[in-house]
Design a binder for this molecule. Structure first.
Ligand code: TXA
Ligand code: MG
Length: 332
């Protein structure tokens, strides 16, 4: 299969919608990362996502819809909490886990009784869903375990020959994947932190929200959130997380061993020798926007080791810490 990248416009979106309706895959931009989409109501089409990504079948896929009404058609129960959160955060980077109904084939949910749904806040994604007139199952558009794509070029590098059309909508805005919130049992729980924080969700719901993501890392529970595995979102280079005090010695040591090093820093005063220095933004939304792009760039620059300064240990950095930790998990 030949992979073509086309600027997203009325014609190419109509073409992509036709491919989706014909049971084919299309890569498209969302505000978080690029998605690899298939008609969520067509099991054979969704199967192609798993083949193209090399994704384990126990990892469920998020379903993208354009309206609350469309979301409600896919679930057996639409709790008050879902109504409140949809009103506050959709379109946007929040995925709600709800009990699925029979319209959603089991392959989308890895056989589970729940489905993850969100309304993406990207005009190309929304138009594509509307024109195709079907919900779109879409994980991130990269091979399983690799860093998620925030540009059409990243998709082409990872999935060349595995998807026929990539809609190019430019670099994505949020840059890290959506917050995944489980609403399928009594207590709301965050399965994956993202740009929408637990504080924002608590403020909208008026009840406490459990942080379930970290407990899932040591023992991933397939029934809960199978995607929460160690070493996810990982670059080819090894990623080392250091405090600013450790940075100089760590970098010097690696350079002395002859290793090409990348240094992702907040602080320009660290002496980094011949390391390739990338100055990272100091606020979480701007950092999130460039994080994966920076990892992709350093991989392209063929560094062996990426040294990254740990961001502050405050709540607003939770999602960034999560992605950095996963990207730095030991290679297996
Ligand atoms: O921002 C995003 O969420 C992007 C864009 C394309 O929308 N999508 C994305 O999909 O990151 P993916 O497949 O790479 O991550 C989806 C994760 C799964 O790994 C899993 O942890 C969780 O969402 N998930 C999906 N459906 C679930 C379900 N029914 N129960 C529990 N977790 C679920
Ligand atoms: Mg992914």
């Amino acid at each position: 299969m030949k992979t073509r990248t086309a600027a997203a416009n009325e014609d190419t979106i109509a073409e992509a919608a036709g491919l989706l309706r014909a049971g084919e895959l299309v890569a498209f931009p969302t505000e978080t990362v690029y998605g690899l989409g298939a008609n969520a109501l067509n099991a054979a089409a969704v199967q192609k996502i798993y083949e193209a990504k090399g994704r384990p079948s126990n990892n469920p896929t998020i379903v993208h819809v354009s309206t609350v009404e469309m979301a409600r058609k896919l679930v057996t129960h639409w709790p008050e909490s879902a109504a409140k959160l949809a009103a506050s955060f959709w379109p946007g980077p929040l995925t709600l886990i709800l009990p699925r109904n029979k319209l959603i084939p089991g392959i989308v949910t890895a056989g589970g009784a729940t489905v993850g749904i969100r309304v993406p806040a990207h005009p190309v994604a929304l138009t594509l869903i509307r024109v195709a007139d079907v919900p779109i199952a879409a994980p991130s558009a990269n091979k399983s375990g690799e860093v998620s794509p925030t540009r059409a070029e990243h998709v082409a590098q990872s999935l060349a020959g595995r998807v026929s059309l990539i809609l190019d909508g430019g670099p994505t805005d949020v840059g890290i994947e959506s917050t995944v919130l489980d609403l399928s049992d009594g207590q709301p729980g965050i399965l994956r932190p993202g740009a929408i924080t637990s504080q924002q969700i608590e403020a909208a719901l008026g009840v406490p929200v459990e942080e379930r993501a970290s407990t899932l890392q040591s023992s991933p529970d397939p029934q809960r959130s199978p995607g929460q595995l160690e070493r996810h979102y990982a670059p080819r280079a090894q990623l080392l997380l250091v405090s600013v005090d450790e940075a100089e010695a760590t970098i010097a040591n690696l350079l002395a061993k002859g290793k090409p090093v990348g240094w992702m820093s907040f602080n320009s005063t660290v002496a980094a020798g011949s390391a390739k220095v990338i100055r990272m933004p100091t606020d979480p939304p701007s950092y999130g926007k460039v994080l994966y792009d920076t990892l992709h760039k350093l991989d392209t620059a063929s560094v062996d080791v990426i040294v990254a300064e740990l961001p502050p240990q405050t709540a607003e950095w939770t999602a960034i810490h999560d992605r950095l930790r996963r990207a730095s998990a030991k290679k297996i």
